[in-house]
Design a binder for this molecule. Structure first.
Ligand code: HEM
Ligand SMILES: CC(C)=CCC/C(C)=C/CC/C(C)=C/COP(=O)(O)OP(=O)(O)O
Length: 312
């Protein structure tokens, strides 16, 4: 055995990991997960009843760890395709910083830890929903749908839409019409969020052989679908007012945000076929992140204001 390899063995002969803590943090997809966790937090905050603050913090931490764990499992399974896409090739596994075995073990241990913590300290319904969400993203979306159908992210998007349902259940132990409306908003948001990016990254997906909509159905069909989902999303953003758990201030914000989404989606629809820069698609992707963050912030702000006695 070469000397350089022996340097990474301990006395018992086990290989020592060469990865840094930062490499493991990168496996958690921290930027994506921050918005996921924020939507879970809003789900908790909208639920009736005031949870014990310590329990609420533990529940959010468990959901954050579970979300990160599912990201690590995704990066473990997708290492082969991540290696051939410009956007993902420097991720820890394809870059050789973390071994596939380490990523898998990290994802499995954190998944178990997060589910057991939430199940025992919050309630079994929340724990089961978190387990289902991790399973849906890591197995149903990543292992099954992503490589087999252009509807991958429509169906798989259910995983990303579930965190507010998990948050609500952590407080109440139930699934309700309110939390399902929050689910529906994120579910309808996901296709335009992702297909906007897939339009300007379609060469990457082509190279990796992933059947994303722009590669399979073409750019024109993708732009039309983005617009259809944008209309449904703008309407669904108003459902919290219709269902009576948000007021007119939220309704005004949702209307403006929805109109903005339609505007950006319209610009994508009108984007010429030969447009190499695809600025409208890049703008829609950036706006999608702002949209979800501001919409959920509006729900939260209105609820906090009502709690402080400023109306509603
Ligand atoms: C199946 C569902 C989804 C798909 C396929 C998808 C796909 C993507 C992709 C490919 C990126 C670029 C990531 C990168 O290169 O780092 C991205 C970025 C992002 N996504 Fe999603 N996404 C989905 C759902 C969600 C959900 C549910 C959220 C949060 C609620 C979310 C939040 C974000 C954020 C915050 C970024 C920006 C990350 C950055 O700044 O690099 N995504 N998404
Ligand atoms: C609580 C909990 C378990 C939450 C999970 C939330 C969840 C499913 C988020 C999915 C978001 C995401 C990064 C999709 C990326 O698709 P991709 O993996 O195809 O993108 P990539 O090409 O960047 O890897």
């Amino acid at each position: 055995m070469a000397l350089v390899e022996q340097e990474h063995m301990n006395e018992a002969g086990y290989r020592l990991s060469e990865a840094s803590p930062g490499d493991f943090i990168a496996l958690l997809k921290p930027r994506v997960m921050s918005l996921v966790v924020f939507t879970a937090f809003v789900g908790m905050a909208m639920a009736p009843g005031v949870p014990n603050p310590l329990l609420a913090m533990i529940a959010i931490a468990a959901i954050a760890v579970g979300a990160g764990a599912s990201g690590a499992l995704n990066m473990w399974y997708d290492a082969d395709i991540d290696a051939v896409m410009g956007r993902t090739k420097s991720r820890p596994v394809p870059a050789g910083l973390v071994t596939p075995g380490e990523a898998l073990a990290f994802g499995l241990v954190l998944s178990a830890l997060s589910v057991v913590t939430l199940g025992l300290l919050a309630n079994l319904v929340a724990g089961a929903l978190l387990a289902f969400t991790i399973f849906f993203y890591a197995v149903v979306y990543t292992i099954w749908l992503k490589r087999s159908t252009p509807q991958n992210i429509v169906i798989g998007g259910a995983a990303g839409a579930l965190p507010p349902v998990v948050g609500w259940a952590a407080v109440t132990g139930t699934v309700s019409i309110e939390s399902l409306i929050l689910f529906l908003i994120i579910f309808l948001w996901t296709p335009p969020h992702f297909w906007a990016l897939a339009l300007f990254k379609s060469a990457d997906y082509e190279r990796a052989g992933i059947p994303m909509l722009p590669n399979v159905a073409g750019h024109a069909a993708t732009k039309t679908q983005i617009f259809v989902y944008a209309v449904l999303l703008a309407l669904s953003g108003l459902l919290p007012v219709w269902a009576g758990f948000a007021g007119l201030a939220y309704g005004a914000v949702a209307t403006v945000l929805g109109a903005g989404f339609l505007w950006y989606a319209w610009r994508v629809l009108r984007m010429p076929e030969g447009d190499q820069a695809m600025k409208p698609a890049k703008s829609l992707f950036a706006y999608s992140l702002l949209y979800l963050f501001v919409l959920f912030t509006a729900l939260l702000a209105e609820r906090l204001a009502a709690g402080l006695g400023f109306g509603g």
